[in-house]
Write a protein that binds this ligand. Structure first.
Ligand code: MN
Ligand code: MN
Length: 310
């Protein structure tokens, strides 16, 4: 008599992302998934240091087959959970240095990198690592905020309000192929948006998104970016706090959870080289709905990579 084997239940066992193997050196893997539990640079509520763990836990609810994209990414791709990158809470420069070093090591080993934040400052060292490999990248940036301030605190160049200003300063992004989607909410004045537009971003505010709709916005993203290597950065506060309350700087009147799924799926066909999902703050979440959405958005991105690899 053979001993029957049972699949682990979603609530049992140790939670790597999607129960992928925990691997330090992702040589030979298609995708590496890293946590970056850093929240030292936020302007309001902290807590995104707990994001990677919460997203991994909710990822165990992903049964595996994507019925819309018609692909099973955990079967099609070799995916490694490379654990969490070391962070140094009181030192943003040292933390960014460590993120860039670790991300460069993962990328040099071959796989594409998906990063789970953490606050949005982590996108700067991630873009440095990707630009080192691919040159200046196209960027699709989902967010309620442009994150292109020159400085959020006097004399401080780095915070979660400045990563894309710094990335443009450092020529990590091709400004002709940089699209922001979901921007909204009150600011100090009109210059916040005007500065971002002056830097070359194509800012699609929430109002424009509502007027144009998902298909029109996606058509513009596709035509602006074309075949360029493309990095996708998704600040969960792009989504309405009714659908994603677990975040540090919520802005009312945002994208719905269904629309953000459609928007990510609609990136199909782009030359996608990297993805980060940031600003999930579990202490402010309710019934895990934000981390469940985050896990599903990573699943959609994995499905895009899986479809492109077939
Ligand atoms: Mn934001
Ligand atoms: Mn942001």
């Amino acid at each position: 008599m053979t001993t029957p084997t049972f699949a682990a239940q979603p609530y049992s066992g140790i939670a790597s992302f999607g129960r992928c193997p925990i691997i330090n050196d992702p040589q030979g893997y298609d995708v590496a998934i890293a946590g970056i539990p850093y929240d030292g640079s936020v302007s309001y509520r902290s807590g995104t240091r707990f994001g990677p763990r919460a997203i991994r836990e909710q990822s165990l609810l992903l049964w595996g087959y994507n019925n819309v994209q018609q692909v099973a990414p955990f079967k099609t791709l070799k995916i490694a959970d490379v654990g969490d990158i070391d962070v140094i809470p009181p030192d943003i420069v040292a933390t960014h240095h460590e993120i860039e070093r670790a991300a460069s090591r993962f990328l040099a080993a071959g796989p594409k990198l998906i990063s789970l934040g953490g606050d949005h400052s982590i996108s700067l060292p991630l873009l440095r690592a990707h630009a080192k490999k691919y040159g200046p990248v196209a960027v699709v940036h989902f967010d309620a905020h442009p994150d292109t301030w020159d400085s959020e605190y006097p004399g401080q160049k780095y915070s979660h309000g400045t990563p894309f200003r710094r990335a443009l300063d450092e020529s990590l992004i091709d400004p002709a192929a940089y699209v922001q989607i979901g921007i909204r909410g009150p600011t100090n004045g009109p210059e916040d948006y005007l500065d971002a537009i002056k830097l070359g971003t194509r800012m699609i505010t929430l109002e424009e998104f509502r007027r144009s709709g998902v298909e029109t916005v996606l058509a513009e993203v596709q035509s602006r970016i074309g075949a360029r290597p493309t990095y996708v950065t998704l600040d969960i506060d792009a989504v309405d706090p009714a659908f994603a309350p677990g975040t540090g700087t919520p802005e009312v009147g945002g994208i719905t959870s269904y629309e953000i799924l459609q928007l990510v799926r609609g990136l199909h066909g782009l030359n996608l080289v990297g993805f980060d999902l940031v600003e999930v703050s579990p202490p402010f979440d309710s019934a895990n709905i934000t981390s469940i959405l985050a896990a599903n958005l990573v699943f959609e991105f994995l499905s895009l990579i899986a479809k492109a690899s077939k």
